[in-house]
Design a protein around this ligand. Structure first.
Ligand SMILES: *Cc1c(COP(=O)(O)O)cnc(C)c1O
Length: 221
């Protein structure tokens, strides 16, 4: 872990940007160490791993789910998750809504868009998402709250391309805001930026950066 680096990143952020410390694959002790420095928002990408950590760590931690979420895993996170960044289909949003209702809560969610060149990354296309927002099902979902958008840039050295992809996500945010969420103050987040590209993401309007390896060190998969 690199506490110096953590403090450097955290203390350098504009007030409009929140740091989510991505602790996937890292032990609970590392999360506790960062917690002791004042960090509260942590990101995980596996539901069972998040559940196990949630059970043993302080209850005021804010848990952000950032990975691809299978519907049969929602139950592991629905009771306490702070925000799900990775809504990539209507079917998933419908299931999250069901589990939220069972838990008598409203779960904040972000719509994930596929902005990268790589096929491997998940997310809506703009057309798919628009169809969902115009459809009959979406207005019936009372236990999810759409708070904005999320995306991952292509893994490349070409920072011009990364910047264009972040600009694209910001444009999607603006269009959705105008067309669907004009008078909705909850719709305000743009989750973009990781270890290698977060300074660009911030320049392009990110409000939530998700940083793992710069803080916790390289991951052993
Ligand atoms: C792992 C991960 C991150 C953090 O990546 P780093 O490059 O280690 O900062 C951010 N977002 C998502 C969706 C991830 O899966």
């Amino acid at each position: 872990m690199d506490i110096e680096k953590y403090l450097e990143i955290r203390n350098g952020l504009p007030d409009s940007v929140q740091l989510i410390a991505v602790s996937k694959f890292k032990p609970a002790e590392d999360i506790q160490t960062l917690y002791n420095e004042g960090q509260r928002a942590f990101g995980e990408n596996k539901a069972q791993e998040m559940k196990a950590k949630h059970e043993i760590l302080p209850k005021d931690i804010e848990w952000h789910f950032i990975g691809h979420l299978q519907t049969n895993k929602i139950k592991y996170i629905a009771p306490y998750v702070t925000m799900i960044h990775s809504i990539d289909s209507e079917a998933l949003l419908v299931e999250v809504d069901k589990h939220a209702r069972k838990n008598e809560r409203v779960i904040p969610c972000l719509l994930q868009f596929h902005i990268a060149e790589e096929e491997t990354k998940f997310g809506f296309s703009f057309e798919e998402c628009e169809a969902m927002l115009r459809g009959d099902v979406f207005p019936t979902l009372k236990n999810v709250k759409i708070c904005g958008v999320m995306g991952m840039a292509t893994f490349t050295e070409d920072m011009g391309q990364v910047r264009r992809e972040f600009q694209h996500l910001h444009q999607i945010f603006n269009t959705l805001k105008t067309n669907f969420f004009q008078n909705n103050d909850d719709f305000k987040e743009i989750s973009m930026g990781m270890t290698d590209d977060y300074p660009i993401a911030i320049e392009e309007g990110s409000t939530l950066i998700r940083i793992g390896s710069a803080i916790f060190g390289a991951r052993n998969y």
